[in-house]
Design a protein around this ligand. Sequence first.
Ligand SMILES: [Zn+2]
Length: 213
Amino acid sequence: MIQDFLVEMSFSGTAKKQIGRKEIVKQLTNEIKWQAVINNNAEYDGAFYYAVKTTGIFCRPSCKSRVPSRKNVVFFHSPEEALKDGFRPCKRCRPDEPELSVELDKKAYEKITWILEEEYMSPDILPELPLRMGISAFHLQRSYKKHTGYTPRAYLQKVRIIKAKQLLLDNQRSNTEICFSIGFHSLSSFYAAFRAETGLSPGKFRNQTILNT
Ligand SMILES: [Zn+2]
């Protein structure tokens, strides 16, 4: 979560200046990259590559190969740089194969928005988005935010909390039922998201609104 936050920060800061992807990628610190490697975080695919000195192989951040020892890892901005330094592409994650298409058109943004609004109740809708759109998670997140002002994650949270409020006011279901029916993985993430959007806990929101009407 902290690394998401850091990337958010660097994205929002740079979007205004309209500088290129390369500049944004340069702002990823080695610590953020290393965390992405440990977590096989596909959101960073296309943003950087890592090579392992002991094996001579380089990978995408999402690669499920064994996590190497930190001291043997070097980072690259492109597969070309890694190849030039004598590393071979991993057979598993194929970092040498071209990125999925980078540019999205207006229709694609509408489609992403539509998917988030219609399928918010699916817990894994975010990781599925890049596959369905045929674009890397890194580019999807970055270009959607540039176009709409929201990351897909932030927009999805808004949609879910609007739905949560309706369900709370219906007063038919418990907080736990509501939480899982709108796609949250855990009660704690539901509570945190609800508080972030409304400043209240779900229970307080329900009581306060119902008492006042
Ligand atoms: Zn790999």
